[in-house]
Design a binder for this molecule. Structure first.
Ligand code: FES
Length: 274
């Protein structure tokens, strides 16, 4: 192992090398575990969500099973192919592929540009750097100053769009407590799954670093902005849990799609609670 004296400070400069000679680190072993766990879970999610997005079927459970459940990957209904799930007013007749391919642009872009996920996939996929205090896996470091990474600056706009999707998925969760056909009210495991999904997506969005900035950024004196200070104090504890909420909401949205998909395809019946 290298000693502290052998490690010379290496300046970080755009366009230059970062972190000195490769694989040089004073960190003891074990720091690579998190990287591989991140790599595995993100890869599994991307594979599953891509597969689900191309299915273009089994995304809605309707009156046939006396339930009103729609997969979050296919909501809002945008195309003619998903009118069975409602949303006819938004139908895009010219789109003939799976509607999820359109819908997932917003949540996908939101997560792809998320500050936490950037750290996660820069480390686990791109090795830049593999971990704190570990030399970069590449000879040159260009930061996020040019295409395509300069597009990461779109994150704040994706945040606003993601809030719209959160409202839509919250409506889906509320509607799942309505029993199609007789207009009654009821709950099932599926309605709880969609509710948990909506709650986690709100918590993830409200814990966003941009959200915290939007609430309390560019304020010199909180005493002159009590409302913004209040909002900032509300989202700051969530912001401290942003990584956990990012993972929980990611896994939950895949589980919600999987649950609706299994019920819609007849693998099992959505258990009724009342
Ligand atoms: S920083 Fe992660 S969602 Fe905004």
């Amino acid at each position: 192992m290298s000693t502290l004296q052998e490690i010379k400070p290496v300046p970080v400069a755009l366009g230059g090398a970062r972190g000195g000679p490769r694989a040089r680190t004073l960190r003891p072993g074990g720091w690579g575990t998190e990287k591989w766990v991140t790599f595995s879970v993100l890869t599994a999610f991307v594979v599953y969500s891509t597969w689900a997005a191309f299915q273009n079927g089994n995304f809605y459970v309707g009156a046939g099973q006396h339930r009103d459940l729609i997969s979050p990957f296919y909501s809002p209904c945008l195309t003619q192919t998903c009118t069975q799930g409602g949303g006819g007013g938004l139908t895009l007749h010219w789109w003939t592929l799976s509607p999820a391919l359109l819908i997932l642009i917003v949540p996908g872009g939101f997560r792809l540009t998320c500050y936490y996920y950037r750290k996660a996939y820069y480390r686990s996929f791109w090795q830049s750097p593999p971990a704190c205090a570990v030399a970069d896996g590449h000879d040159r470091y260009t930061g996020e100053t040019r295409f395509p990474l300069v597009l990461q600056n779109l994150h704040r706009y994706f945040w606003y769009l993601a809030l719209i999707f959160n409202v839509i998925l919250t409506v889906d969760a509320v509607v799942s407590f309505r029993l199609p056909g007789d207009g009654g009210i009821g709950a099932s495991v599926g309605s709880l799954v969609l509710t948990a999904n909506a709650v986690l997506l709100w918590m993830y969005s409200l814990s966003c670093h941009y959200c915290r900035h939007a609430c309390g950024g560019h304020v010199d004196q909180f005493s002159k902005h009590p409302v913004r200070h209040r909002l900032w104090t509300l989202v700051t504890p969530l912001n401290a849990r942003h990584m956990q909420l990012a993972w929980a909401s990611l896994i939950m949205v895949a589980l919600a799609d999987g649950y609706v998909r299994l019920v819609a395809s007849g693998v099992f019946t959505d258990p009724k609670i009342f």
